[in-house]
Design a protein around this ligand. Structure first.
Ligand code: ATP
Ligand code: MG
Length: 148
């Protein structure tokens, strides 16, 4: 499934994330691509909310990995930001791929460094635009039909 969307505010991007989040079941690996300030974290926060995360979702810029329990679903929302990693081995040391399991929804900002470790059936989302400009958001779910 491939969809091209356009958003003109961060609220709209958040709501798109929420809609996507509501469709997720667990086991998905979602890669967010786009420059600094493109809106990856805004989209991620919406997805977490759509999945049912109750706590506040904060950017994992410094922590690299943030884990959120979704209590009534026996599911975890894993939000990563790999921007600060320099080499693939660092991702292996922090155990990035350990989260690629059925009871986790994994969302990765800046996943480029671990391209070789990503599963074939990942969801890829490309955000273009920054500042006050509208964003174009290309969603590719491969064989998965999200029904967006
Ligand atoms: N249509 C839009 N969609 C998303 N964000 C928007 C939009 N218009 C303006 N913005 C603003 O752009 C910024 C996006 O920041 P955000 O932290 O989500 O970017 P990011 O892609 O995660 O960057 P980084 O690579 O630094 O993690 C926010 O300040 C947000 O308010
Ligand atoms: Mg971010």
């Amino acid at each position: 499934m491939e969809r091209l969307m356009k958003t003109t505010s961060s609220e709209e991007t958040f709501r798109l994330g929420e809609r996507i989040g509501k469709r997720l079941q667990g086991g998905e690996v979602i890669c967010l691509y786009g420059e600094l300030g493109a809106g990856k974290t805004v989209l991620a926060k919406g997805m977490g909310q759509g999945l049912g995360v109750k706590e506040e979702i904060t950017s994992p810029t410094f922590t690299l990995i943030q884990e959120y329990d979704i209590k009534d679903r026996q599911l975890q929302f894993i939000h990563m930001d790999l921007y600060r990693l320099q080499v693939l081995e660092e991702a292996e040391v922090i155990g990035v791929t350990d989260y690629f399991r059925d009871d986790c929804v994994c969302l990765l900002e800046w996943p480029e460094i671990i391209t070789d470790l990503l599963p074939d059936d990942k969801i890829e989302i490309q955000l273009k635009g920054s500042g006050d400009l509208p964003r174009t958001i290309l969603i590719n779910t491969g064989d998965l039909e999200l029904g967006l």
